[in-house]
Design a protein around this ligand. Structure first.
Ligand code: ZN
Length: 237
C-alpha cells in the first residue's frame, strides 16, 4: 500500500496515546495530512480491537470529504464520526499536518472541576510549561463533533493554539508531526494530573514566577521529541 511508513507511524501514535491512558476502548483517533486533498486517518472495521491495538492497516487514506483516497481504501473500513475534527483542524492551518483527538480523563476532569490549565510548574516538563503559558482554550460544548459546522466551531474555540479541551468530551492536539501531536497531548495530560493532585492535597494553583521563564530553554527536538518518542515506543514493549 502507498504511504506504508506514514500508516505505521499513525498506528504507533494511536498505541502510544492508549498506553498513556489518553484514550480508552474504541474512542479516539489520529490523522496525518499527506497532500492537498488527502489524509490518513484511523478508521474502524469489524475486526477492530480498540485504539490500544491499532494496526497500520487500520489507517486509511481518504479525501477531506470522507470518501476513499484511493481504490479500496474504505472497503471494510468506516471513517470516524468525528472526522470533521481532523479535516477542519487541518484546513484551518497548513502547519496542522497531524491531529490527535483523544479522551484523556484527567484533562476532562480538571476542566469540569473548574481548573484552567496554567503553567503551575517549570522544569518538571518544559514543553508542557510553555504549552500552558500560551494558554489552553476550551470548546465549551460536549457534543459529538460530527459535522463541518461543529468542526469549525471547535477550531474557532482553539484560537490559533495547538491544543483545545472539548468540555465533557476530550481534547484535540495539532502539530506538524504525529510524534509532536501525541507528545503535546501527553504534556497536557501531565499538567491536568498535577493540577488535580495539587488541588486534592488542599493546595492552590499558582503560575510559576515570571523571571523563571528565561531559564526554561527549548532543549531542542533531539531531546524533546526524538528521545521522548523513543521512550514512548520502548514503553509499548
Ligand atoms: Zn471524541
Amino acid at each position: 500500500m502507498i504511504f506504508d511508513e506514514q500508516r505505521a507511524l499513525v498506528a504507533q501514535g494511536c498505541r502510544v496515546a492508549a498506553a498513556r491512558g489518553l484514550v480508552d476502548g474504541v474512542l479516539g483517533h489520529l490523522s496525518l495530512r499527506v497532500d492537498d486533498e488527502r489524509l490518513l486517518v484511523r478508521c474502524r472495521s469489524d475486526t477492530d480491537g480498540g485504539v490500544a491495538f491499532t494496526r497500520p492497516t487500520d489507517i486509511r487514506l481518504i479525501r477531506f470529504d470522507g470518501s476513499a483516497g484511493a481504490a479500496g481504501e474504505l472497503d471494510g473500513y468506516r471513517v470516524p464520526n468525528e472526522l470533521p475534527i481532523h479535516v477542519e483542524t487541518m484546513l484551518a492551518n497548513p502547519e496542522h499536518r497531524a491531529v490527535a483527538h483523544l479522551h484523556p480523563p484527567a484533562v476532562v476532569a480538571a476542566d469540569l472541576a473548574g481548573i484552567t490549565i496554567r503553567p503551575i510548574y517549570g522544569a518538571y516538563d518544559i514543553p508542557g510549561a510553555w504549552l500552558a503559558r500560551g494558554g489552553v482554550p476550551v470548546y465549551e460544548r460536549a457534543v459529538l463533533i460530527r459535522n463541518t459546522q461543529l468542526g469549525k466551531e471547535m477550531v474557532t474555540a482553539m484560537r490559533g493554539r495547538p491544543v483545545v479541551i472539548c468540555r465533557g468530551h476530550g481534547i484535540t492536539s495539532a502539530a506538524t508531526t504525529v510524534q509532536h501531536a501525541v507528545l503535546q497531548a501527553i504534556s497536557l495530560d501531565a499538567l491536568a494530573r498535577m493540577a488535580l493532585r495539587v488541588r486534592a492535597a488542599g493546595g492552590a494553583l499558582h503560575d510559576i514566577d515570571d523571571r523563571d521563564w528565561e531559564d526554561l530553554p527549548d532543549l531542542g527536538p533531539g531531546f524533546t521529541v526524538d528521545a521522548a518518542w523513543r521512550h514512548e515506543l520502548a514503553r509499548l514493549g
